[in-house]
Design a protein around this ligand. Sequence first.
Ligand code: PFF
Length: 458
Amino acid sequence: MSGEGQVQAQASVARAHWSSRWGFFLVTVGSAVGLGNIWKFPYMTGSNGGSAFVLVYLACILIIGVPLLMAETLLGRRGQASPVGTMRALVAEAGAQRFWVVIGYVGIIGSFLILAFYSVVAGWVLEYTWQAAGGFAAASKEVFAQAFADLLANPARLIFWHSLFMAMTAVVVLGGVTAGIERANKIMMPGLFAILLFLVGYGAYAADLPAAWRFLFHFDASALNRGVLFAAMGHAFFTLSLGMGAIITYGSYLDRDTSIPKICLQVAVADTVVALLAGLSIFSVVFAQGLAPEAGPGLLLQTLPLAFSQMPGGQAIGFLFFVLVVFAAWTSSISLLEPSVTLLVERFAMGRRQAVLCVTLAIWLLGVAVAFSFNDWKGFSLFGLGLFDLLDTATTKFLMPLAGLLIALFTAWVMRRADVAEEIGLRGAAFVFWYRVLAFVSPVAILIIFLHVLGVLG
Ligand code: PFF
């Protein structure tokens, strides 16, 4: 048996599986729904012209996101191993160049780098949850802006919350695939949905839901420009967790009887609905308080506490809101830790505990550097970017589209068509349509984003 064949055989014998398709649905929605939906989507919509951004974002999810989500899940389920092991097995099966294993490595590196800054942002959210529990004292806009600036200027506080968040993530992943990851998602995801529905209901009752609705859905073509287009495309990748090994890894724990297209479509719909509901509930509050929607990354942490401090029932609502954001961030970060853990377990025959410790420690260290990049190490920059922006840019603008491009090409052009058809379980025109989108539409769309990012397309 070849080396690759052995990897596949060993991996599939001992491989854990989700207990049901519902389990897979929840963990994958858990990965997809995160800070991207609740922190990034609203502020990006706010600073990119509202409804124009929303429309392009929806189109990108449908045209690029869903076909790729299906392809990535397919790779994981067929490979039955870590992102790297999966790609080795599939390269062997297709008799392809070893080059394609790079898809696995890009995923591992990308998930590692994302978690290093994601956990620092999640740390901010923990701090605000803590403050929300005590209630935000009524104060001016400037005071809330200063409070956020003070947090960023204080490395000890940033590192404390970042460390706590990494520990929370590690504890769940330590529990294993079903007893840890699946169980945590089964508790947090329904909780997240319930809180979100409640908050939207509150928005309709006490805040300005109609204004939020107009802002998100009354399409205004004049706000559409190239910057909006690319921002929306990039965000479609981030929000669906594409290309970073998370989906391959979760797909590798999926059983053979589940229909990949159907469940991927459901995941994308759930992710989009959460982003839109979060946008509605946040902008309802923003408009009711007469605040500016284009506040940027600080929208969640500067504007909302101000609003919560002024509105009726604001203390309870504010606390619930931040708990929701913690749940969203936690279930996503779990999916960012697991790919590297499975790789160490598989390649170095480590126990899960040892692997979780090693990866967590390494990511934690990089996260500490990210925390310092807001204060003591502010002077350090590469290509004009501080460490935080550097990691964000390197992953969302380069590694994610790169991985997406390679995944589309590998699935449509390198794997045997019969193997792809067998694994995806689509037949007739539906298969041909998906296959062609993956072969032509996705690569061309991604290449255009890439050329733009590299400055070739202005
Ligand atoms: N999809 C997550 C979010 O929207 O916050 C972020 C993410 C998770 C990106 C997992 C990539 C990933 F592999």
